[in-house]
Write a protein that binds this ligand. Structure first.
Ligand SMILES: Nc1nc2c(c(=O)[nH]1)N[C@H]1C(S)=C(S)[C@@H](COP(=O)(O)O)O[C@H]1N2
Ligand SMILES: [Mo]
Length: 219
């Protein structure tokens, strides 16, 4: 499969996958992150561009876009894009890992920290899960402890440009340390719950916990 300058790998999903050469990949394999985890989780290979993995799109950055925050919160919110951004934006650089096997290193994102929004909405102490809601019933679920991590944001900007429609404009969830299906594109709502609510992929045979470092891919 390897060729000079990288090989092209099709995995039966939209897009073409420009893989690093084996030599380039080897250089990174074995490197550790600041938290001691492997830079490339087991069974993953590095790609050079963020692939468009499809999904049912929202309307993009239109004036009528709103984000609804509800469930186990003291203060339910319906925010437009300016209101959401006015909570304060951060820049993060992170790696993302798709369960189909690709890893994109050093992706640069800007957005609003989910923990910041949670403070603003006064999430109740007994809430345990966050449910991301997207068009046509696509949802994904993460535990509150994951949601509170500094690298979990609602992203509006990717590599210095407004988030493209294909990647979830105007806002997508970004949960870098779980498989990428948890990072719901075209975000419309965030619901806080006591009980877990497995989402689209979690109900389709994928793992609920989705930890790339234990290859926690399937149920
Ligand atoms: N709303 C929505 N979000 C989604 C999906 C989807 O189908 N719909 N696919 C998920 C999957 S499986 C992956 S791997 C990533 C892909 O994001 P990308 O297309 O920006 O690479 O988005 C996730 N978020
Ligand atoms: Mo995916």
């Amino acid at each position: 499969m390897s060729a000079a300058g990288g090989s092209i790998v099709s995995i039966g999903l939209p897009g073409t996958f420009y893989k690093l050469s084996a030599k380039e990949n080897d250089k990174i394999t074995g490197m550790l992150r600041a938290d001691g985890k492997l830079r490339i989780p087991p069974g993953q290979h590095v790609v050079k561009v963020l692939n468009d993995m499809g999904g049912v799109k929202g309307a993009g950055n239109v004036p009528s876009w709103r984000l609804k925050i509800y469930g186990q919160v003291e203060r339910s919110l319906v925010l437009n894009l300016d209101q959401l951004k006015s909570l304060g934006r951060v820049s993060i650089t992170c790696d993302v890992h798709c369960v189909t096997g690709w890893t994109l290193l050093d992706a640069r994102w800007r957005g609003i920290r989910l923990s910041n929004l949670m403070t603003h909405a006064k999430v109740k102490k007994y809430a345990r899960f966050v449910i991301f809601e997207a068009p046509e019933g696509y949802t994904s679920n993460i535990p509150i402890r994951e949601a509170l991590k500094e690298n979990v944001i609602l992203a509006d900007n990717f590599n210095g440009n407004p988030l493209p429609l294909a990647h979830g404009a105007p806002i997508r969830a970004l949960v870098p340390d779980l498989y990428f299906w948890k990072s719901a594109k075209w975000l419309q709502g965030i619901k806080f719950t006591v009980e877990d609510e497995p989402g689209y992929y979690e109900n389709a045979g994928y793992s609920n916990t989705a930890d790339p470092w234990t290859e926690d891919r399937f149920l």
